[in-house]
Design a protein around this ligand. Structure first.
Ligand code: S3P
Length: 425
Protein backbone atom coordinates (compact mmCIF):
# COMPACT_ATOMS: atom_id res chain seq x y z
CA UNK A 1 0.00 0.00 0.00
CA UNK A 2 1.31 3.44 -1.02
CA UNK A 3 0.09 6.59 0.72
CA UNK A 4 0.77 10.31 0.59
CA UNK A 5 -0.84 13.59 1.55
CA UNK A 6 -3.89 14.47 -0.52
CA UNK A 7 -6.11 16.87 1.44
CA UNK A 8 -7.09 17.83 5.00
CA UNK A 9 -9.38 15.37 6.79
CA UNK A 10 -13.01 16.50 6.85
CA UNK A 11 -16.27 14.84 7.81
CA UNK A 12 -17.75 12.28 10.18
CA UNK A 13 -16.85 8.70 10.91
CA UNK A 14 -18.18 5.92 13.14
CA UNK A 15 -15.18 3.65 13.78
CA UNK A 16 -15.81 -0.11 14.18
CA UNK A 17 -16.74 -1.64 17.52
CA UNK A 18 -14.28 -2.04 20.36
CA UNK A 19 -12.09 -5.12 19.97
CA UNK A 20 -11.78 -5.95 23.68
CA UNK A 21 -15.52 -5.60 24.24
CA UNK A 22 -16.42 -7.57 21.09
CA UNK A 23 -14.28 -10.56 22.18
CA UNK A 24 -15.79 -10.56 25.65
CA UNK A 25 -19.38 -10.26 24.41
CA UNK A 26 -18.99 -13.54 22.47
CA UNK A 27 -17.11 -15.35 25.24
CA UNK A 28 -19.47 -14.36 28.04
CA UNK A 29 -22.50 -14.81 25.78
CA UNK A 30 -21.39 -18.39 25.12
CA UNK A 31 -21.15 -19.07 28.88
CA UNK A 32 -24.50 -17.44 29.62
CA UNK A 33 -27.91 -19.04 29.41
CA UNK A 34 -29.99 -17.87 26.48
CA UNK A 35 -29.41 -15.48 23.68
CA UNK A 36 -26.93 -12.60 23.65
CA UNK A 37 -27.59 -10.01 20.94
CA UNK A 38 -24.56 -7.93 20.01
CA UNK A 39 -24.74 -4.76 17.90
CA UNK A 40 -21.71 -3.02 16.30
CA UNK A 41 -19.56 -6.12 16.84
CA UNK A 42 -16.04 -5.74 15.41
CA UNK A 43 -15.73 -8.06 12.41
CA UNK A 44 -11.92 -7.89 12.45
CA UNK A 45 -9.97 -11.14 12.11
CA UNK A 46 -9.17 -11.35 15.85
CA UNK A 47 -12.80 -11.31 16.94
CA UNK A 48 -13.75 -13.73 14.16
CA UNK A 49 -11.15 -16.12 15.63
CA UNK A 50 -13.01 -15.98 18.95
CA UNK A 51 -16.31 -16.75 17.21
CA UNK A 52 -14.70 -19.70 15.36
CA UNK A 53 -13.32 -21.14 18.63
CA UNK A 54 -16.73 -21.10 20.33
CA UNK A 55 -18.47 -22.54 17.28
CA UNK A 56 -15.97 -25.40 17.48
CA UNK A 57 -17.18 -26.02 21.04
CA UNK A 58 -20.81 -26.36 19.95
CA UNK A 59 -22.02 -22.78 20.43
CA UNK A 60 -24.37 -21.54 17.73
CA UNK A 61 -23.43 -18.02 16.69
CA UNK A 62 -25.16 -16.18 13.86
CA UNK A 63 -23.60 -13.17 12.18
CA UNK A 64 -25.12 -10.60 9.89
CA UNK A 65 -22.52 -7.88 9.30
CA UNK A 66 -21.82 -6.33 12.70
CA UNK A 67 -24.95 -7.89 14.27
CA UNK A 68 -24.03 -11.08 16.09
CA UNK A 69 -26.26 -13.40 18.12
CA UNK A 70 -24.75 -15.95 20.48
CA UNK A 71 -26.95 -18.82 21.65
CA UNK A 72 -25.37 -19.41 25.05
CA UNK A 73 -25.47 -22.82 26.74
CA UNK A 74 -24.49 -21.87 30.27
CA UNK A 75 -21.22 -22.19 32.21
CA UNK A 76 -21.09 -25.96 31.64
CA UNK A 77 -22.57 -26.03 28.14
CA UNK A 78 -19.42 -26.09 25.97
CA UNK A 79 -18.56 -29.35 24.23
CA UNK A 80 -15.16 -30.86 23.46
CA UNK A 81 -13.77 -29.29 20.25
CA UNK A 82 -12.95 -31.59 17.33
CA UNK A 83 -9.36 -30.48 16.79
CA UNK A 84 -7.16 -27.61 17.84
CA UNK A 85 -8.65 -24.20 18.71
CA UNK A 86 -7.06 -21.56 16.48
CA UNK A 87 -6.78 -18.04 17.91
CA UNK A 88 -5.06 -16.66 14.79
CA UNK A 89 -3.18 -13.47 15.72
CA UNK A 90 -5.28 -12.79 18.82
CA UNK A 91 -3.59 -12.67 22.24
CA UNK A 92 -6.92 -11.83 23.88
CA UNK A 93 -8.44 -15.03 22.48
CA UNK A 94 -5.63 -17.31 23.71
CA UNK A 95 -5.24 -15.76 27.14
CA UNK A 96 -8.90 -15.29 28.05
CA UNK A 97 -9.92 -18.65 26.60
CA UNK A 98 -7.19 -20.50 28.47
CA UNK A 99 -8.94 -19.39 31.69
CA UNK A 100 -12.26 -20.73 30.40
CA UNK A 101 -10.75 -23.96 29.02
CA UNK A 102 -8.93 -24.70 32.29
CA UNK A 103 -12.34 -25.11 33.95
CA UNK A 104 -13.88 -27.51 31.39
CA UNK A 105 -14.33 -31.25 31.81
CA UNK A 106 -12.75 -31.96 28.40
CA UNK A 107 -9.18 -31.60 27.13
CA UNK A 108 -8.28 -28.97 24.55
CA UNK A 109 -5.38 -27.43 22.67
CA UNK A 110 -5.27 -23.75 21.79
CA UNK A 111 -2.76 -22.11 19.48
CA UNK A 112 -2.46 -19.37 16.86
CA UNK A 113 -0.22 -17.91 14.16
CA UNK A 114 3.59 -17.48 14.25
CA UNK A 115 3.35 -14.21 16.19
CA UNK A 116 1.06 -15.79 18.82
CA UNK A 117 3.43 -18.75 19.22
CA UNK A 118 6.21 -16.31 20.18
CA UNK A 119 4.19 -14.29 22.71
CA UNK A 120 4.59 -15.02 26.44
CA UNK A 121 1.95 -17.31 27.94
CA UNK A 122 3.74 -17.99 31.25
CA UNK A 123 1.84 -15.02 32.58
CA UNK A 124 -1.36 -17.11 32.35
CA UNK A 125 0.20 -20.55 32.91
CA UNK A 126 1.51 -19.41 36.30
CA UNK A 127 -1.77 -18.30 37.95
CA UNK A 128 -3.81 -21.08 36.30
CA UNK A 129 -1.35 -23.69 37.62
CA UNK A 130 -1.64 -22.13 41.08
CA UNK A 131 -5.40 -22.62 40.78
CA UNK A 132 -4.83 -26.33 40.13
CA UNK A 133 -5.19 -26.27 36.34
CA UNK A 134 -3.41 -28.79 34.11
CA UNK A 135 -2.06 -26.48 31.46
CA UNK A 136 1.28 -26.75 29.71
CA UNK A 137 3.16 -25.20 26.84
CA UNK A 138 3.54 -28.00 24.22
CA UNK A 139 7.05 -26.91 23.26
CA UNK A 140 8.05 -26.20 26.87
CA UNK A 141 8.95 -22.62 25.90
CA UNK A 142 6.13 -20.88 27.79
CA UNK A 143 4.32 -20.11 24.52
CA UNK A 144 1.37 -21.55 22.58
CA UNK A 145 0.32 -24.21 21.62
CA UNK A 146 -1.15 -24.77 25.08
CA UNK A 147 -2.39 -28.21 26.19
CA UNK A 148 -5.22 -28.09 28.70
CA UNK A 149 -6.67 -31.05 30.61
CA UNK A 150 -9.62 -31.24 33.02
CA UNK A 151 -8.85 -30.30 36.63
CA UNK A 152 -10.55 -29.08 39.78
CA UNK A 153 -9.80 -25.39 40.20
CA UNK A 154 -9.33 -23.59 43.51
CA UNK A 155 -10.03 -19.97 44.27
CA UNK A 156 -6.80 -18.04 44.82
CA UNK A 157 -5.59 -14.54 45.34
CA UNK A 158 -3.16 -13.72 42.57
CA UNK A 159 -0.82 -10.72 42.84
CA UNK A 160 -0.04 -10.20 39.15
CA UNK A 161 3.44 -8.89 38.37
CA UNK A 162 2.11 -7.20 35.20
CA UNK A 163 -0.75 -4.78 34.67
CA UNK A 164 -2.51 -6.87 32.03
CA UNK A 165 -6.24 -7.10 31.41
CA UNK A 166 -5.63 -10.36 29.58
CA UNK A 167 -4.03 -11.95 32.64
CA UNK A 168 -6.63 -10.49 35.01
CA UNK A 169 -9.50 -11.64 32.78
CA UNK A 170 -8.01 -15.12 32.36
CA UNK A 171 -7.81 -15.61 36.13
CA UNK A 172 -11.31 -14.21 36.73
CA UNK A 173 -12.74 -16.51 34.04
CA UNK A 174 -11.06 -19.54 35.58
CA UNK A 175 -12.54 -18.25 38.85
CA UNK A 176 -16.02 -18.94 37.43
CA UNK A 177 -15.16 -22.65 37.78
CA UNK A 178 -13.23 -22.55 41.09
CA UNK A 179 -14.25 -23.85 44.49
CA UNK A 180 -14.05 -20.44 46.16
CA UNK A 181 -13.63 -16.75 45.48
CA UNK A 182 -10.79 -15.70 43.15
CA UNK A 183 -9.11 -12.32 43.14
CA UNK A 184 -6.34 -10.58 41.20
CA UNK A 185 -4.32 -7.56 42.27
CA UNK A 186 -2.43 -5.67 39.59
CA UNK A 187 0.38 -3.13 40.05
CA UNK A 188 -1.72 -0.57 38.13
CA UNK A 189 -5.35 -0.98 37.03
CA UNK A 190 -5.70 -2.30 33.47
CA UNK A 191 -8.82 -2.09 31.28
CA UNK A 192 -11.86 -3.28 33.23
CA UNK A 193 -14.22 -4.48 30.48
CA UNK A 194 -14.35 -8.03 31.87
CA UNK A 195 -15.37 -6.86 35.31
CA UNK A 196 -18.08 -4.55 33.91
CA UNK A 197 -19.47 -7.07 31.46
CA UNK A 198 -19.35 -10.12 33.75
CA UNK A 199 -21.31 -8.08 36.30
CA UNK A 200 -23.81 -7.11 33.58
CA UNK A 201 -24.29 -10.82 32.77
CA UNK A 202 -25.03 -11.52 36.47
CA UNK A 203 -21.68 -12.54 38.00
CA UNK A 204 -20.68 -11.40 41.49
CA UNK A 205 -17.61 -9.30 40.63
CA UNK A 206 -16.13 -6.62 42.85
CA UNK A 207 -13.42 -4.10 42.05
CA UNK A 208 -11.56 -2.11 44.66
CA UNK A 209 -8.43 -0.20 43.80
CA UNK A 210 -6.15 -2.54 41.87
CA UNK A 211 -8.01 -5.70 42.99
CA UNK A 212 -10.84 -7.44 41.15
CA UNK A 213 -12.56 -10.51 42.56
CA UNK A 214 -15.21 -12.98 41.43
CA UNK A 215 -17.44 -15.60 43.08
CA UNK A 216 -17.64 -19.03 41.40
CA UNK A 217 -20.55 -20.70 39.61
CA UNK A 218 -22.80 -17.71 38.88
CA UNK A 219 -25.82 -18.09 36.62
CA UNK A 220 -24.96 -15.84 33.68
CA UNK A 221 -27.89 -14.68 31.58
CA UNK A 222 -27.78 -13.61 27.92
CA UNK A 223 -27.90 -9.86 27.36
CA UNK A 224 -28.19 -7.17 24.70
CA UNK A 225 -24.86 -5.44 24.06
CA UNK A 226 -24.23 -2.34 22.02
CA UNK A 227 -20.47 -2.22 21.45
CA UNK A 228 -19.07 1.35 21.48
CA UNK A 229 -16.60 2.47 18.81
CA UNK A 230 -13.03 1.41 19.58
CA UNK A 231 -10.96 4.28 21.00
CA UNK A 232 -7.87 2.35 19.85
CA UNK A 233 -9.15 2.60 16.24
CA UNK A 234 -10.37 6.19 16.67
CA UNK A 235 -6.80 6.99 17.76
CA UNK A 236 -5.52 6.91 14.14
CA UNK A 237 -8.12 9.44 12.96
CA UNK A 238 -7.57 11.63 16.01
CA UNK A 239 -3.87 11.68 15.16
CA UNK A 240 -4.40 12.23 11.43
CA UNK A 241 -6.78 15.15 12.07
CA UNK A 242 -4.35 16.69 14.57
CA UNK A 243 -1.38 16.39 12.20
CA UNK A 244 -2.82 17.44 8.84
CA UNK A 245 -3.36 21.23 8.80
CA UNK A 246 -6.92 22.37 8.09
CA UNK A 247 -8.53 19.12 9.31
CA UNK A 248 -11.72 18.83 11.32
CA UNK A 249 -13.36 15.44 11.96
CA UNK A 250 -16.20 14.18 14.10
CA UNK A 251 -15.71 10.62 15.40
CA UNK A 252 -19.08 9.26 16.49
CA UNK A 253 -19.89 7.10 19.50
CA UNK A 254 -16.40 6.20 20.75
CA UNK A 255 -15.84 4.40 24.06
CA UNK A 256 -14.37 6.61 26.81
CA UNK A 257 -13.95 4.07 29.59
CA UNK A 258 -11.42 5.76 31.95
CA UNK A 259 -9.22 2.63 31.85
CA UNK A 260 -8.83 3.21 28.07
CA UNK A 261 -8.81 6.97 27.56
CA UNK A 262 -5.15 7.77 28.34
CA UNK A 263 -4.48 8.86 24.77
CA UNK A 264 -7.03 11.67 25.05
CA UNK A 265 -5.33 12.94 28.17
CA UNK A 266 -1.86 12.80 26.60
CA UNK A 267 -3.00 14.46 23.35
CA UNK A 268 -4.57 17.32 25.27
CA UNK A 269 -1.39 17.68 27.30
CA UNK A 270 0.51 17.92 23.97
CA UNK A 271 -1.77 20.78 22.89
CA UNK A 272 -4.48 18.90 20.95
CA UNK A 273 -7.85 20.50 20.23
CA UNK A 274 -10.29 17.67 21.03
CA UNK A 275 -13.84 18.32 22.26
CA UNK A 276 -16.09 15.58 23.62
CA UNK A 277 -19.75 15.92 22.60
CA UNK A 278 -22.87 13.94 23.51
CA UNK A 279 -21.20 12.14 26.42
CA UNK A 280 -23.34 9.16 27.40
CA UNK A 281 -22.73 7.51 30.76
CA UNK A 282 -26.04 5.62 30.87
CA UNK A 283 -24.72 2.19 29.77
CA UNK A 284 -22.06 -0.10 31.26
CA UNK A 285 -19.47 1.48 28.95
CA UNK A 286 -19.46 5.29 28.59
CA UNK A 287 -19.07 6.83 25.13
CA UNK A 288 -18.96 10.20 23.36
CA UNK A 289 -18.43 11.87 19.99
CA UNK A 290 -14.96 13.40 19.47
CA UNK A 291 -14.56 16.66 17.55
CA UNK A 292 -10.90 16.89 16.54
CA UNK A 293 -9.24 19.89 14.87
CA UNK A 294 -5.66 20.13 13.60
CA UNK A 295 -3.35 21.49 16.28
CA UNK A 296 0.30 22.29 16.80
CA UNK A 297 1.68 19.81 19.29
CA UNK A 298 4.59 19.79 21.71
CA UNK A 299 6.48 16.92 23.32
CA UNK A 300 5.61 15.36 26.66
CA UNK A 301 6.52 12.53 29.03
CA UNK A 302 4.31 9.43 29.04
CA UNK A 303 5.00 7.23 32.06
CA UNK A 304 3.63 5.53 35.15
CA UNK A 305 0.02 4.69 35.92
CA UNK A 306 -1.35 6.08 32.64
CA UNK A 307 0.53 3.45 30.55
CA UNK A 308 -2.03 0.59 30.66
CA UNK A 309 -4.80 3.03 29.63
CA UNK A 310 -2.99 3.82 26.35
CA UNK A 311 -0.78 0.79 25.80
CA UNK A 312 -2.21 0.06 22.33
CA UNK A 313 -2.06 3.75 21.39
CA UNK A 314 1.69 4.15 22.05
CA UNK A 315 2.64 3.45 18.40
CA UNK A 316 0.40 6.27 17.12
CA UNK A 317 1.42 8.50 20.04
CA UNK A 318 5.04 7.91 18.97
CA UNK A 319 4.07 9.16 15.48
CA UNK A 320 2.44 12.26 17.00
CA UNK A 321 5.61 12.82 19.05
CA UNK A 322 7.73 12.63 15.87
CA UNK A 323 5.84 15.62 14.44
CA UNK A 324 5.52 17.51 17.77
CA UNK A 325 7.99 20.21 18.78
CA UNK A 326 10.49 19.12 21.41
CA UNK A 327 11.25 15.82 23.06
CA UNK A 328 8.81 13.10 24.07
CA UNK A 329 9.88 10.41 26.52
CA UNK A 330 7.92 7.16 26.79
CA UNK A 331 8.86 4.98 29.75
CA UNK A 332 7.41 2.17 31.95
CA UNK A 333 6.16 0.58 28.72
CA UNK A 334 8.30 -2.59 28.42
CA UNK A 335 5.04 -4.45 27.62
CA UNK A 336 5.35 -2.97 24.12
CA UNK A 337 8.04 -5.57 23.42
CA UNK A 338 5.55 -8.46 23.72
CA UNK A 339 2.67 -7.18 21.59
CA UNK A 340 1.90 -8.37 18.03
CA UNK A 341 5.48 -7.26 17.28
CA UNK A 342 8.25 -5.78 19.45
CA UNK A 343 6.72 -2.33 19.17
CA UNK A 344 9.74 -0.56 20.68
CA UNK A 345 12.09 -2.02 18.06
CA UNK A 346 9.64 -1.84 15.16
CA UNK A 347 8.48 1.74 15.83
CA UNK A 348 12.06 2.91 16.34
CA UNK A 349 13.21 1.24 13.12
CA UNK A 350 10.40 2.75 11.06
CA UNK A 351 10.42 6.22 12.64
CA UNK A 352 14.14 6.39 11.80
CA UNK A 353 13.29 5.47 8.19
CA UNK A 354 11.09 8.57 7.83
CA UNK A 355 13.92 10.71 9.22
CA UNK A 356 12.91 10.96 12.87
CA UNK A 357 15.49 11.35 15.65
CA UNK A 358 14.45 8.42 17.87
CA UNK A 359 16.17 6.20 20.41
CA UNK A 360 14.90 2.87 21.74
CA UNK A 361 15.02 2.34 25.50
CA UNK A 362 14.50 -0.85 27.50
CA UNK A 363 11.03 0.32 28.56
CA UNK A 364 10.12 2.89 25.91
CA UNK A 365 11.50 5.45 23.46
CA UNK A 366 12.92 8.95 23.34
CA UNK A 367 11.62 10.90 20.34
CA UNK A 368 13.09 14.27 19.43
CA UNK A 369 10.32 15.70 17.29
CA UNK A 370 9.64 18.66 15.09
CA UNK A 371 11.94 17.94 12.11
CA UNK A 372 10.45 17.74 8.61
CA UNK A 373 9.94 14.03 7.89
CA UNK A 374 9.85 12.22 4.56
CA UNK A 375 8.09 9.20 3.08
CA UNK A 376 9.85 5.83 3.15
CA UNK A 377 9.28 2.08 2.86
CA UNK A 378 7.81 0.91 6.18
CA UNK A 379 8.05 -2.67 7.40
CA UNK A 380 4.90 -3.22 9.45
CA UNK A 381 6.15 -6.62 10.64
CA UNK A 382 2.50 -7.64 10.06
CA UNK A 383 1.52 -5.62 13.12
CA UNK A 384 -1.83 -3.90 12.48
CA UNK A 385 -1.15 -0.99 14.82
CA UNK A 386 2.24 -0.30 13.21
CA UNK A 387 0.69 -0.31 9.71
CA UNK A 388 -2.10 2.10 10.73
CA UNK A 389 0.33 4.38 12.60
CA UNK A 390 2.50 4.83 9.51
CA UNK A 391 -0.52 5.25 7.22
CA UNK A 392 -1.24 8.32 9.37
CA UNK A 393 2.42 9.42 9.41
CA UNK A 394 2.41 9.21 5.59
CA UNK A 395 -0.17 12.03 5.45
CA UNK A 396 2.20 14.39 7.26
CA UNK A 397 5.42 13.30 5.50
CA UNK A 398 6.75 14.75 2.25
CA UNK A 399 6.66 12.36 -0.71
CA UNK A 400 5.26 8.86 -0.72
CA UNK A 401 5.23 6.14 1.94
CA UNK A 402 4.94 2.45 1.15
CA UNK A 403 3.71 0.11 3.88
CA UNK A 404 4.69 -3.54 3.56
CA UNK A 405 2.11 -6.16 4.59
CA UNK A 406 -0.39 -3.32 4.87
CA UNK A 407 -3.35 -5.72 4.79
CA UNK A 408 -2.62 -6.78 8.40
CA UNK A 409 -4.99 -3.95 9.42
CA UNK A 410 -7.82 -6.47 8.96
CA UNK A 411 -6.88 -7.81 12.42
CA UNK A 412 -8.69 -4.89 14.06
CA UNK A 413 -9.97 -2.61 11.28
CA UNK A 414 -10.90 -4.21 7.94
CA UNK A 415 -12.11 -0.93 6.32
CA UNK A 416 -9.28 1.25 7.63
CA UNK A 417 -7.80 2.51 4.33
CA UNK A 418 -11.26 3.17 2.85
CA UNK A 419 -12.26 5.23 5.90
CA UNK A 420 -9.00 7.18 5.76
CA UNK A 421 -9.49 7.90 2.04
CA UNK A 422 -13.09 8.91 2.63
CA UNK A 423 -12.04 11.58 5.18
CA UNK A 424 -9.12 12.83 3.04
CA UNK A 425 -11.22 13.74 0.00
C1 S3P B 1 -6.45 -6.42 25.78
C2 S3P B 1 -5.52 -6.08 26.71
C3 S3P B 1 -4.21 -5.48 26.39
C4 S3P B 1 -4.19 -4.93 24.98
C5 S3P B 1 -4.79 -5.87 23.99
C6 S3P B 1 -6.24 -6.17 24.34
C7 S3P B 1 -7.71 -7.03 26.22
O1 S3P B 1 -3.21 -6.48 26.51
O2 S3P B 1 -2.87 -4.62 24.60
O3 S3P B 1 -4.76 -5.30 22.69
O4 S3P B 1 -8.68 -7.08 25.44
O5 S3P B 1 -7.76 -7.48 27.37
P1 S3P B 1 -2.55 -6.83 27.93
O6 S3P B 1 -3.62 -7.25 28.81
O7 S3P B 1 -1.59 -7.94 27.67
O8 S3P B 1 -1.87 -5.56 28.34
Amino acid sequence: MKLKYTAPLRGELAVPGDKSISHRSVMFGALAQGRTEIRHFLTGADCLSTIACFRKMGIEISQNGSDVTVFGRGLHGLSAPAGVLDAGNSGTTVRLMSGILAGQDFPSVITGDDSICRRPMKRVLQPLTEMGAFITSQQGNGCAPLDIRPARLHGIHYPSPVASAQVKSCVLLAGLYADGRTSVTEPVVSRNHSELMLRYFGADVTSEGCTASIAPEPVLRGQKINVPGDISSAAYFIAAALLVPGSEVLLKNVGINPTRDGMLRVCREMGADITLLNEDHSGAEPCADFLVRSSSLHGTTIEGAIIPSLIDELPILAVLAAFADGTTVIRDAAELKVKESDRIAVMTENLARIGCDVEAREDGMVIRGGKALHGAVIDSHKDHRVAMSFAVAALACSGETEILDSDCVTISYPGFYDDLNMLCR
